[in-house]
Design a protein around this ligand. Sequence first.
Ligand code: GLY
Length: 378
Amino acid sequence: MQSCDVVVLGGGIVGTACAWRLAERGRRVVLADPDPGGGASRAAAGMLAPVSELHHGERELLDLSLLAAAGFRRYAAEAGAAGGAGTGYRDCGTLLVALDAGDRARLAEVRRAQELLGLDVQALTGRECRRLEPFLDPAVSGGTLVRGDHQVDPRRLLGALRSAAAAHGVRTVPLRGEVLVEDGRAVGVRLGDGSALRAPLVVLATGARAQEHAPVRPVKGQVARLRMPAGQHLLQRTVRGVVRDRDVYLVPREDGELVVGATSEDRGFDETVTAGAVHDLLRDAQALVPGTSELELVEVLARSRPGSPDNLPLIGPGDVPGLLLAVGHHRNGVLLSGVTAEAVAALADGEPIAPEVAACDPGRFGSRTAAREEVGVL
Ligand code: GLY
């Protein structure tokens, strides 16, 4: 029977970052996934947006996201250097725009709450918005500039992470795996071909599919990818708005890709792209930036975000000793991947983690004292 020091289940951005950070510390790591990078990471727009993704009452998530955003440039640079590849990280800011008086009032109310939290937000008139982004619709009547919300290209970041992991000896097995529990302890994984892989530590990073060990649920998101012609980029920074009561965002990349997202649907595991959703996304994008209707439609897809009961991820000891969870990142998996991976690697060595990440202890959903005490011992 084969063995290693750690098995990571799940080869999305979170799992691959964990595998890399664990291997960097000298562990023999195997990563198992039947389709690495084919899950939520494939659909992610890559917004690094603690402020513009903030929802009322999510203070712990805000603190965690701000920590992640502050360290993201370094994380992306380290992944890029270790993997010998770019990540598409861009310090570009985000512009929230309003079309009518109702939208403006809503933005102003959110801005007041953001200011009370000490966040860097600036009110803009419609004209000021168009000065920053000349292709906005003339109906845009006001906005908020969020200078600190940036972006990365998730597909490029994952490529860099995979190369970084491989450079540190991580072996990827293209199989599904489930946690193997003996005498109440995780002792490795059972792989899809029936074989077992023994390891004193298993890291579960299978997103919404971790339901056997974590209270996660799939939240469907549909996105469209458009292409801007070379030299004719419609947008310089991420633009977000509310059109007919639906949130829409447009994330422009340096290579001309423009990601338009996203639906948020509680309908179980469902990766069907629907005509209505694509129609709505493109129509809402067009309402903010009319020129999008002329762009090539390159791709549409749907994936499951891993939702958690309180929208905070679950990072830390699982329900049995020897199991660490890195799941439930909901709308922020890309942003939180770096802090998650660093915390998982630290926990594996029995080291303390930042309080913002400690707040994500899965134990908040039930008592797992034994698992918490034992997991750091390898
Ligand atoms: N973070 C963007 C989304 O989940 O749609």
